[in-house]
Design a protein around this ligand. Sequence first.
Ligand code: GRG
Length: 286
Amino acid sequence: MIEDVLKKFAEKFNADLEKEMNTLRGGTLVAAMRYATLGGGKRLRPFLVLLAAEMGGLTYDDVFPLMMGVELVHTYSLVHDDLPCMDDDDTRRGRKSTHAVYGEAMGVLTGDALLNYAYEYMLGNAVKAKNVGGYITAISCIMVRAGYMGMVGGQSYDIDEEVKKQFKREDFINMYSGKTGALFQAALGAGAFAAGLTEEEITALLKCGNYLGVAFQLKDDLDDLKQDQKGVDEKEKKPCLTMLSTISPEAAKEFVELDRDVAIDTVKDLKNSENLVALINYLLTL
Ligand code: GRG
């Protein structure tokens, strides 16, 4: 079962990540970086790096720096997303969010530090890569998709409720593609570039990452709606328009299934793609 493979992977990855984070020296900032990084999480993005890298014969150890880098970038985005000026959330991964423990200003700095350290760590390990050119391209793949054309760009639309009021379904798809799809794409792309896969294989994996990410975000919206209907999230939160303001939950479910099928069809004929296909099915089953 892919859930077991993911769980086992996360256990190993958590232990290695903790070891690396424990090498950092510093005061409150480093404590907050550790708190944010080591507090659970499914570790999906590093797992995606590995699945793509394995298609080209690389191992866990070969791509650990890229896996850690992409998870640090993801973690920074969560820390910033929880800030009062963003989503204003006091809980994350079942416990207090970073700024709720360390204060708002330290929350901003923790995100900044994690983002910078991600690139420092990935580049610092470049000399050990089997294929240095592919490895550097993998880092660039992550940087581009995390930035203004990807995750941060997508988030910049999400913070403007007035703009979102004019949004059509396609605008939400574009926003999700940046905010969430870009980092899934970065993870699969990074593994693929590092492993020196063919252009055709890389293109397929990048496309798959985008479809997977958009559907993952929409499923997250549907899950939030279910929680709200159960009255679980009673905390007064800022208004937040999602794609569900343009389509019904039933249509959204169909959309997730359609996206899932495209993501799977795009990669199912690549060699050693069984685990990736199983993961997509697992993540996007409603
Ligand atoms: C630059 C100030 C500043 C803020 C940036 C970029 C950004 C804030 C936020 C990114 C947008 C974001 C957090 C999207 C949510 C994507 C999502 C569904 C995250 C949850 O992913 P999971 O389920 O989380 O993989 P775990 O906890 O398992 O890692």
